[in-house]
Write a protein that binds this ligand. Structure first.
Ligand code: 15L
Length: 269
């Protein structure tokens, strides 16, 4: 695995993964807007995910794809449809047309965000999206499964918690993933010989976690970072009670309570 396309490379997660992976692969970065300050083994290709031809050009010659592109929070149906449904469809189609071997799909905890925090879930439960965004992540997982079964493209869907140098609040103590742990999962997805289609949770070694990540462990994942190292600091400055009972009892946090009982606003959120 040498040439790897990274979509959505201008975003926050892209920045972390570029840092972690730039010595390991020839990274072809793509996004709508240009990215400057490229490292030695990085190149840039502009591509709008809604344009299949552009995505095919970006994917041509790549052996693997890290798909981070799309809308990264809740949005209107129109935004989600364009960036995350059509964009994801174009990504997998481009992978098929270009003979790409592996796709890493940046799924999200919001594909299962309507599970309660007193439940521990693995990757064998049904999806319970907490938002339109979460639905699009479940769709992306289904695309990975289809393209693995039908076209033999190996795919790893990583249900990412929250990526950062450290956890930022009480909820994130459960779902935090450090950049190097996420990069370890990406490496497994790109290179583990047994990956056909797999789902794993993108979390570090978190004592307060809600997810059984034994599927990742089976594939060799050994997280290096622990959210508990930051627990004292977080609990000193943050309350577990955010004032939103629905959010505080469900894994997806306030994604479950946005528009609770109401219709989605026409203009989106
Ligand atoms: C996500 O999927 C989002 O992309 C990110 O912005 C955070 O909201 C994260 O989930 C989270 O749940 O903390």
């Amino acid at each position: 695995m040498q040439t790897v396309l990274m979509t959505g490379a201008a975003g926050g997660v892209g920045g972390f993964l570029r840092r972690e992976l730039q010595d390991r692969y020839d990274l072809r970065l793509s996004d709508r807007a240009p990215i400057t300050g490229l490292a030695k083994r990085e190149s840039f290709v502009a591509a709008d995910l809604t344009d299949l031809d552009a995505v095919v050009k970006a994917a041509d010659g790549a052996e693997g794809i890290i798909h981070l592109g799309g809308h990264s929070v809740e949005g209107s149906w129109e935004q989600i449809l364009e960036a995350n449904i059509i964009g994801c469809r174009n990504l997998y189609e481009a992978a098929r047309l270009c003979g790409v071997k592996r796709v890493i799909f940046a799924s999200s905890n919001h594909a299962v965000g309507f599970y309660r925090r007193d439940q521990t879930i693995g990757v064998d439960v049904r999806v319970r999206p907490d938002s339109r965004y979460g639905v699009s992540k479940a769709f992306g997982e289904a695309m990975g499964s289809l393209y693995a079964d039908k076209y033999g493209i190996g795919s790893l869907a990583i249900r990412i918690g929250n990526v950062g140098e450290k956890p930022i609040d009480v909820r994130r103590l459960a779902i935090w993933v450090s950049p190097r742990d996420l990069a370890q999962l990406v490496g497994i997805g790109l290179e583990h010989p047994e990956v056909k289609f797999e789902i794993v949770y993108g979390m570090s070694d978190n004592a307060r976690g809600w997810w059984d990540n034994s599927n990742a462990e089976r594939l060799g994942y050994r997280p290096q970072d622990r959210s508990e190292d930051y627990a004292e600091e977080i609990l000193r400055s943050h309350s577990a009670d955010t004032g939103d009972a629905l959010a505080d009892t469900h894994q997806g946090g306030n994604f479950v309570s946005i528009e609770d009982g109401g219709a989605p606003p026409l203009g989106g959120v």
